[in-house]
Design a protein around this ligand. Structure first.
Ligand code: RB5
Length: 151
């Protein structure tokens, strides 16, 4: 059975979202596209919320998010407990975020000019594996920050 990926984005995202979905399907993933599908203005935070909640229901390998810069939607996703959303600049960072941060979401900017293609960047994330060990301790500490309460 193929692994499932959840994908979502705001009004800037449809074209890049389609490209990334096609790439994921070529790589054997099943893609659950939560929208949007046109350029009517929406709030990227709502689409981060939809995708993260869907992912947290279980059964998804990871999630992909797209907004104009990738910044608003990744910040929003990282507000949701259990989500580690990376916004890699390039292939190197995409591989590293799986290896060291065990990122369960990857975000892209539809209006960003990447020096490598978004497909190559996503591919580097897919091809990498979490290294565990000292990185597991750091990720565990990072996730503990979700419980932080001001004095
Ligand atoms: C929407 O115009 C834009 O703000 C959004 O796509 C994103 O870039 C936010 O971070």
């Amino acid at each position: 059975m193929s692994e499932e990926v959840v994908i979502a984005g705001d009004h800037s995202s449809p074209e890049l979202k389609r490209r990334l979905s096609r790439y994921l399907e070529q790589r054997g993933y099943q893609v659950d596209d939560l929208g949007v599908y046109n350029s009517d203005s929406v709030n990227y935070a709502e689409f981060a919320e939809k995708a993260c909640l869907k992912y947290l229901e279980g059964g998804y390998a990871f999630g992909v998010l797209v907004c104009g810069t990738g910044i608003g939607i990744s910040i929003s996703a990282n507000k949701v407990r259990g989500i580690r959303c990376a916004l890699p600049q390039n292939v190197f960072a995409a591989g590293m975020t799986k290896k060291h941060n065990d990122a369960n979401f990857i975000a892209f900017g539809a209006r960003i000019e990447y020096s490598e293609s978004p497909e190559e960047i996503l591919g580097a994330y897919l091809d990498a594996a979490f290294e565990g060990g000292r990185h597991a301790i750091r990720v565990e500490y990072m996730m503990g920050l979700e419980q932080l309460k001001p004095n």
